[in-house]
Design a protein around this ligand. Sequence first.
Ligand code: PMP
Length: 353
Amino acid sequence: MSKYFNPRLASLEAYTPGEQPRDRTYIKLNTNESPYPPSRGVRKALDRQRIDALRLYCDPNATLLKEELAKLYDKKPSEVFVSNGSDDILNFAFLAFGADGILFPDISYGFYEVFANLHGLSYEKVSLKKDFTIDVDDYCKQNKMVVIANPNAPTGLALPVKKIEKLLKANPGHVVLIDEAYVDFGGESCADLVEKYPNLLCVQTFSKSRSMAGARLGFAIGSQELIADLEKIKYSTNPYNVNALTQAAGVAAVQENGYYMRNCRRIIKSRNYTKKELEKLGFEVLPSKANFLFAKTDKVGGRELYLLLKEKGILVRHFQKERIKDFNRITIGSQKEMEAFIDAVKEILGESL
Ligand code: PMP
């Protein structure tokens, strides 16, 4: 750290993204990307004309993209916010709405704590129940912003919309941010509640179900007032935070939504296959509604399994955190990748293939 660094941030612990090693080709099951490529329209949208137009600034309002998203989710464009990945939206939302403090689960997306610390906000990590579920009563009437990933990461467990509604009713004075990064893989979205609850901010991403993690595109749905607040922060940070190529790719992706939803169904099928196979091998596997599984076995430690799989060219995500260190988070890839993963696990456990 240089002597010039802001002393308030001296103890900030930055987020550690999942590894992206380049030393060999891996079956990458560690960062919840889609195994399927972007749709044809996305490829077409990134044409020569679009590249020539890069000399111009992009539309800071991302008008077309907001219109397409609004159509898809039956909202007004003024109820839609877009940003450079959903991380960007979380960052803005913490800054905009977290002044009274923030509640989020102790086991959830690691970036929540980083954003709270970055902005000097007070926060409380609420323990998940023994079975890793979230009890929404723990978050009711606490007079703080609430942030919940639904489905949660890395557990994959989902809450029904009814429970989210309870939270919204119990916290009218504060924003309830529901991070729906993984909702397209079998969860229930609360986007339809936006008209009824002005304190709801529903955040989604193109990184998982829409095969565009590298393009960096996230969006939020909320009341016009909440969206205007986020716009204020965005225009005070970087008005051009969704670049022209990403905007064009995003429009095409929304127009071809059916393709992506079909891919989600394929991923759910492979998830069911992988869960069953792991259970046959004696793993405990949480019932996931996301594009990953969270699993452990008594036969080999969490970190050891992660390392042995890596040696075999398969990357999964291990978190060295007390309550979950026996688990690994396994992204659902293509069916072929999942079969290779199961074969590798069998080899490691000395089971016959
Ligand atoms: N929320 C959750 C729960 C996530 O797991 C992730 C992915 N790391 C994100 C948000 C951020 O995704 P992105 O910035 O790629 O949209």
